[in-house]
Design a protein around this ligand. Sequence first.
Ligand SMILES: *Cc1c(COP(=O)(O)O)cnc(C)c1O
Length: 377
Amino acid sequence: MGFSTDAIHAGQIPDPTTGAVITPIYQTSTYAQDALGVNKGYEYGRTHNLTREALEKNIAALEKGKYGIAFASGLAAIQSILGLVKSGDHIIATENVYGGTYRLMELIFKDYGLEFSWVDTSNVVKIRKAVRPNTKLIYIETPTNPMLRLTDLRTVKGICKKYDLISVVDNTFMTPYFQKPLLFGIDVVLHSTTKYINGHSDVIGGIVITNNPKIHERIRYLQNAIGAVPSPFDCWLTLRATKTLAVRMKQHNENAKRIAKFLSENPKVKKVIYPGLRNHPHYSLAKRQMSGYGGMITADFGDLKSAKKVLNRVKVFTLGESLGGVESLISHPASMTHASIPKREREKLGITEGLIRFSVGIEDVEDLIADIEHALK
Ligand SMILES: *Cc1c(COP(=O)(O)O)cnc(C)c1O
């Protein structure tokens, strides 16, 4: 089936009791058992919930995966993935990952004996050089946040095959509408569904998708054992949102392309980073492994003073963390999303004080452009 058909139908069957077309919110913590040791496959809400199962099947279908395992947040999903390795194991991770991912790995899991190497994974040579005898997993974000650097999925898959490593891709920025890492042979895909997948800025959630039965079994076990499960209502809201994922992503992409062009032509903007611009260092790779460029744009306005002017003067764009919602957001990575990364590390990654990140929404693009134009005057 096509993407939108799956988005609207996959994992969703009319309710067996009433025929309700929309999967009900099974707001229950426990289930009546027919007799001692006899039940309908549902015993306790942390372990089994039908609304959650519908969401898991739905998003797994969109990623072309067999199994989906949903979590209460993107970070809870990432924590479960760290449960695929053990103390003493080594992980190679993309150097400018989402700030919370860096914090979880470097400031929490390092204390539990995991080793991390932060590598520019857009460079194959650097990935190969980072492999150690105890390396078990490669964790990729492509495009990265907020520098929008890309990693070649085919290359990562090749290295993982050679050294018997698990490959993991955080696909939050592209969504399966524009990028399907499992089709490139990647083992595990994860999302902060908080962002584009839910898309309405009203749910915190995460999901892990895989085709590997062993990995599925382990993550499923951890979902129940750790217990960071999403509520039935949050699952239902997210299911409601995936139905329009395709139309939303198309519009995010259209609007972002127009705004990236507008910013590129403005002399007050020092640099514009968008994978759909020909001057992006990984433009040809973007064309190869993505079917669109998404709604995120990063631009350098030179210094903090100029950046502040834009951040404080826009009216249609809302100043705020997060991304991927239907409404446009604007943020200052150095002091907001990436504040937990030490200043020196930040600057090495190019996250300067003049940098602004735009999460382009699906409003009328003319209004968005006029808003930035006005702020720059
Ligand atoms: C937001 C985000 C996360 C963390 O997800 P939460 O739902 O906030 O826990 C992980 N990765 C990326 C790329 C994100 O944007």
